[in-house]
Design a protein around this ligand. Structure first.
Ligand code: HPA
Ligand code: MG
Length: 216
């Protein structure tokens, strides 16, 4: 059922049977011990991949003024790091890109479940590049695009750090994808479970006891 957009044909997928790294291999906040099953993407790998996405974005959008739309809250870390890498690349070339950064807030998850109601708060102006941390069903992204299109931007590109391999997902795939991951609930690198785990650097799979502990 899962179709990868042609542009993402390169294999940056994490397969469904990948058990992840043992938590013992890395350091992580002690207050989360027992709450996690494994590390699926260590922080350093996220940063390395983000650097490459920044390069791809520079190559393709480098002739435009870019309005970055950071999708809060889960996207704040990815967006900040991506903008940072783009800034570094333009510093090191003879060609700088003017970037404005806006923030939009989306919330559709309670516990680990997608809810029907999607809240959009504080959107303004026009935008080119939306930085979102995770794309599951694609439903949220579709709503976001419809909303952003109303401002009449010249071009809209979406950068998503993670895309989940969800059966029957809409064909809505970001233009720039960091990693394709199994359909499991992940936390860390600003991704939360009821606001917890944003203070974890690595992207991890939450454990069943972790879900219980922070359930509301
Ligand atoms: N983790 C955190 N937030 C999310 C996820 C996830 O796996 N999927 C959609 N929002
Ligand atoms: Mg969330």
């Amino acid at each position: 059922e899962w179709k990868l957009a042609s542009r993402t044909a390169v294999n940056m997928g994490i397969s469904d049977d990948w058990p992840g790294y043992s938590l013992d291999l890395f350091s992580y906040p002690a207050h989360y011990s027992g709450d996690l099953d494994c590390v699926i993407i260590p922080h350093g790998v996220i940063m390395d991949r983000t650097e490459r996405l920044a390069r791809n974005i520079m190559d393709e959008l480098g002739d435009h003024d870019i309005v970055v739309l950071c999708v809060l809250k889960g996207g704040y870390q990815f967006c900040a790091d991506l903008v940072d890498r783009i800034k570094a690349l333009s510093r090191n070339s003879n060609h700088t890109i003017p970037m404005r950064v806006h923030f939009i807030r989306l919330k559709s998850y309670l516990n680990d479940q997608s809810t029907e109601d999607l809240h959009i708060l504080g959107a303004e102006d026009l935008s080119f590049l939306a930085g979102k941390a995770i794309v599951g069903t694609g439903k949220t992204m579709k709503t976001l695009l419809k909303h952003v299109e109303a401002f009449g931007p010249k071009m809209i590109k979406v950068a998503g750090l993670l895309v989940k391999r969800v059966p029957h997902s809409s064909a809505c795939v970001p233009d720039y994808v960091g990693f394709e991951i199994p359909n499991r609930f992940v936390v860390g690198y600003a991704l939360d479970y009821n606001e917890y785990f944003r203070d974890l650097n690595h992207i991890c799979v939450i454990s069943e006891s972790g879900k219980l502990k922070y359930k509301i």
